[in-house]
Ligand binder design. Structure first.
Ligand SMILES: *Cc1c(COP(=O)(O)O)cnc(C)c1O
Length: 496
């Protein structure tokens, strides 16, 4: 399988796409076609555990990787999760399910891919004959950073560096990142928001001068953000796995359509669901849920992506994003895989802050996606009500999704449309955002994160993840704050 750039002629193997992270023309790598998963394969998957299911999906894209070694690596990755099943599906009631993706080493769904990416990258370097050391740069709205640090810490021949918005992450997320030990990690705060961090990292990737200076020090850049196709494909697997679990438990029959609701920021998670659909998974609607930063909601409703708008800090910080990188991959598909049109639109986005798609494209995307957004009040309300009704505590990001699911179901009723079973993707442990979750559940404000953790535990009896317990008294190792202009200086210094 080859991978193409969304913006031009570049065409590379999967291994190279992973090592490079981003195409030379600034585009994102996409598979040349979507491999299909047959009914027979789905029925084989029913008998498989999660690592086997994931290895099957990965193998379809990264066919130059050895299948046996891939399975072994994936198995090792998911053995670091606290649950036996890395992606358990919880039945709330018939027709409503929650896919829990937060049982990994950093309590957010980013672990689903970032525990696997180090292997994909190391093997990718071997397959492509890359001899330089790899310097991973990650911009983070809170969760990618820690997951990348955990995934790559102490890995050989790799250094990993993450940039986060100084004021834009939760206290717990900051604590998680800044206490990371390991001889090859670095964490730097940026004066600005997530978009500033992401733009800064992309600038470094795109700059010949930066790449040259790093090459002189023996380093090659790669990305741990979902712009890297090696981040995206492992995420496709859990949509198949959820469908298989619904089949095994007799909740659906093969061919029944299932809707998925995804709390969305950089559009990586929900894009993986779209990829699963393209591979033949019977997906109904994809519910794209945003917080107050509702640039995607507007885009899906009217076809204009307009990033020039106020940026809000919310209680779902991992979704505080106005430039959703992975949307580029959807735009590429919608345009009939037209790299020139995609490049023009992305250029308009970077120069004018906006672009529009055609009326036909809007219609096409509305057939697949339902988009909605939740205010802070809506989110609090939905966490509270869901807990009262079902005894299930959700984190703030999942709360956003659940709120939009309410609106989605109402729209189906209004239109007398057919309802499918719906899987709500839960992207983080409630303990990762303890103050906001406690506030939603009880109306109580606490200053201390761990006081919040304790109270949520008393209230819900949900187990506190070991990884959050472990960092409570750890030393803060990283304190540096820089302006976006100084990001590359930090990278250079770190590469020494
Ligand atoms: C990253 C993240 C999201 C958003 O996922 P995208 O792939 O960026 O759309 C949602 N919730 C949590 C908890 C996250 O960490």
């Amino acid at each position: 399988m080859q991978f193409l750039s969304t913006r031009g002629e570049e065409r590379v193997t999967g291994a190279r796409a992973i090592v490079q992270g981003i195409a030379q023309d600034g585009g994102l790598f996409v598979p040349e076609r979507f491999p299909q998963v047959s009914e027979e394969e789905i029925s084989q998957m029913l008998e498989m555990d999660y690592p086997e299911r994931a290895a099957l999906i990965l193998g379809k894209y990264f066919d130059e990787y050895d299948g046996g070694k891939l399975l072994e690596a994936v198995r090792a990755a998911y053995s670091r999760f606290e649950t036996d099943d890395a992606a358990p599906l919880v039945r709330i009631e018939d027709g409503t399910y929650i896919l829990e993706l937060f049982h990994g080493p950093t309590c957010a769904f980013k672990d689903m891919a970032l525990t696997v990416l180090p292997y994909l990258l190391a093997e990718g370097c071997r397959l492509t004959g890359v001899k330089e050391k790899i310097l991973i740069l990650a911009a983070t709205s809170g969760d990618t950073g820690k997951a990348a640090l955990e995934g790559f810490k102490d890995a050989e021949g790799v250094k990993v560096m993450t940039f986060y918005p100084e004021e834009g992450v939760s206290k717990m997320q900051k604590l998680q990142m800044c206490t990371t030990e390991g001889n090859n990690v670095n964490v730097v705060a940026v004066k600005g928001n997530f978009d500033d961090c992401q733009a800064g990292v992309k600038r470094i990737f795109a700059s010949e001068e930066c790449n040259k200076q790093l090459a002189e020090k023996g380093y090659k850049l790669s990305s741990a953000n979902s712009i890297n196709i090696g981040r995206l494909i492992p995420q496709v697997a859990y949509y198949f796995s959820a469908y298989c679990d619904l089949l095994s438990s007799g909740q659906i029959s093969y061919g029944d359509k299932v809707d998925f609701a995804v709390p969305t920021g950089n559009f990586g998670n929900i894009l993986a669901a779209y990829y699963a659909k393209q591979m033949g998974l019977p997906v109904g609607k994809l519910v794209c849920a945003s917080n107050r930063n509702n640039v995607l909601t507007d885009f899906f409703r009217c076809g204009t992506y307009d990033s020039k708008r106020p940026f809000f800090k919310t209680m779902s910080p991992s979704m505080d994003i106005l430039v959703s990188s992975n949307l580029e991959r959807l735009i590429f598909e919608l345009s009939g895989r037209n790299a020139q049109v995609t490049a023009e639109r992305m250029q308009a986005l970077s120069e004018k802050g906006k672009y529009s798609v055609t009326r036909e494209e809007v219609k096409e995307m509305q057939e697949v996606f339902f988009a909605g957004c939740a205010s802070e009040d809506d989110t609090v309300e939905s966490i509270y009500e869901f807990f009262i009704e079902y005894g299930y505590p959700m984190d703030t990001h999942t709360g956003v999704a659940m709120s939009v699911v309410g609106a989605y179901k109402k729209s189906l009723e209004d239109e007398n449309a057919e309802e499918h079973p719906i899987v709500v993707v839960s992207t983080a442990s409630p303990y990762k955002f303890p103050q906001d979750v406690l506030y939603a559940l009880t109306g109580n404000d606490v200053k201390d994160s761990y006081k919040g953790v304790k109270r949520i535990n008393l209230l819900t009896a949900m187990k506190v993840p070991e990884c959050l317990k472990a960092i409570r008294y750890k030393e803060i190792l990283f304190k540096k704050v820089v302006t976006p202009q100084k990001m590359f200086d930090e990278v250079l210094a770190f590469a020494d």
